[in-house]
Design a protein around this ligand. Structure first.
Ligand SMILES: [Zn+2]
Length: 419
């Protein structure tokens, strides 16, 4: 076994004072006040946090590795959702395994540097993509295990019922090793049948479900009640995660409260994707545009597990971003007007422990027995971490330091002028 690591003099998000942590066999073995005597006695491998903030590893619970970094090939002209769908489908025809892997590696390398220790990527499986994207990404799941836990969701982006040849492909993809199954029912002419097909496959392969749901701001009714009912009918409580859910932002409080109660009861998690949601919402409004980001804080108040994630990086769906989910956390706090100490803590949980729960990862967080997936940030408070997303980070995966970033800034103040 590799040697144990001890971290000394760390601030923690939910505790006052400074703390020492012992990491052993990939887990957090002990957490004790830093005043404990002789902390370095038995450890050759000690990391002194020097009063910086130690947080659980960041979790990006919703990203698309297969269509990241496409903007230089196909820039936006109108910026609409319809353009993004059509142009990305056209690009997808030319994807090769090598191309997908090269772009995914860029994102994964950066993610590990940012301190993302777990990630769930949707992977498109349909008559255009075939199994190519999944076959490209499956080896990377193993190759990058040292630095990141990567889940791959077999994802029907283009609808199912209007192209039924998608269904056998989805099943083949699950047999190849997909971790979960999902779709975007709002692009399917029969959204309910689409949802039923996905649950059928989930039951066949005993896997979690992850829908892109109730995205956009049209007048179509919410599909959420149907997904809640199917979750109950199939006994899939605690195994369903929903991304976007932008339509929740348009509900009056009493309607939102009823849905929140049902979400809590069925243990369905909601992930907001604010970089994409803000970009795509309210295109038809010429002034006073709505924000269209799911009100996660209101859902959290009622016990719903909520998180925040990246979704896309530099493509037609989201022509922004570098894959740092902590920066997305900052964006969420700004958009949802979350400025109190308690709400900053909630934001951090949404990018760490709660996002982990949303994608089915147990034993995650700053507790004894949890996975030793941690990030030491150059920040002295949660407010600074969420508010400024500091660049300087030391990343620990399964008890081992796997990345370190130090910002090299030089300031050239004018010297004294000689006359
Ligand atoms: Zn997505």
């Amino acid at each position: 076994m590799p040697p144990d690591l001890q971290i000394i003099n760390a601030r923690l998000p939910d505790r006052d004072g400074l703390w020492n942590l012992v990491l052993s066999q990939g887990k957090i073995a002990a957490i004790a006040p830093a005043a404990s005597p002789d902390p370095t006695a038995d450890f050759s491998n000690t990391l002194n946090a020097n009063a910086s903030l130690l947080i659980p590893g960041l979790v990006d619970g919703h990203i698309h590795l297969d269509k990241a970094l496409l903007l230089d090939r196909r820039p936006a002209h109108t910026g609409t959702f319809a353009e993004a769908m059509a142009e990305t489908l056209s690009l997808k025809q030319g994807f090769t395994e090598a191309d997908i892997q090269a772009r995914a590696r860029q994102v994964l390398d950066r993610a590990i540097g940012f301190g993302i220790t777990a990630m769930r990527s949707h992977v498109e499986v349909d008559p255009t993509a075939g199994l190519r994207s999944l076959e490209a990404l499956l080896p990377l799941r193993q190759e990058y295990r040292w630095g990141i836990t990567l889940q791959l969701v077999v994802f029907a982006q283009e609808g199912i019922t209007q192209q039924p040849e998608t269904l056998p492909l989805l099943r083949q993809a699950m047999a190849l090793g997909g971790d979960a199954i999902g779709s975007a029912p709002y692009v399917d002419p029969d959204p309910k049948a689409n949802v039923r097909h996905i649950f059928d496959i989930a039951q066949e392969y005993d896997c979690d479900v992850d829908f892109h749901l109730d995205f956009l701001d049209d007048d179509e009714p919410l599909l959420l009640p149907f997904v809640i009912a199917e979750t109950q009918r199939r006994g899939w409580q605690g195994r369903v995660c929903l991304g976007h859910m932008t339509k929740l932002a348009g509900l009056p409080p009493e309607q939102l409260a009823d849905l929140a109660a049902a979400l809590r009861e069925t243990q369905i998690s909601i992930l907001a994707l604010p970089a994409s949601d803000l970009y795509m919402m309210s295109r038809q409004e010429t002034y006073n545009q709505r924000r269209g980001v799911a009100p996660l804080h209101r859902l959290a108040e009622q016990g719903v597990n909520v998180g925040v994630a990246t979704n896309n990086i530099l493509n037609l769906f989201t022509p922004f971003g570098d894959g740092d989910v902590l920066k997305i956390c900052t964006l969420l706090a700004q958009v949802l007007q979350l400025g109190t100490t308690a709400s900053h803590r909630l934001c951090l949980a949404m990018a760490t422990t709660q996002a982990a729960r949303a994608i089915g990862i147990a034993d995650y967080g700053l507790t004894i027995g949890s996975q030793a997936d941690l990030v030491l940030l150059k920040a002295t408070s949660v407010a600074e971490a969420v508010g400024a997303a500091p660049a300087d980070r030391t990343v620990i995966k399964a008890g081992q330091v796997v990345a370190q970033t130090r910002l090299d800034r030089q300031i050239f103040a004018p010297g004294p002028v000689m006359v």
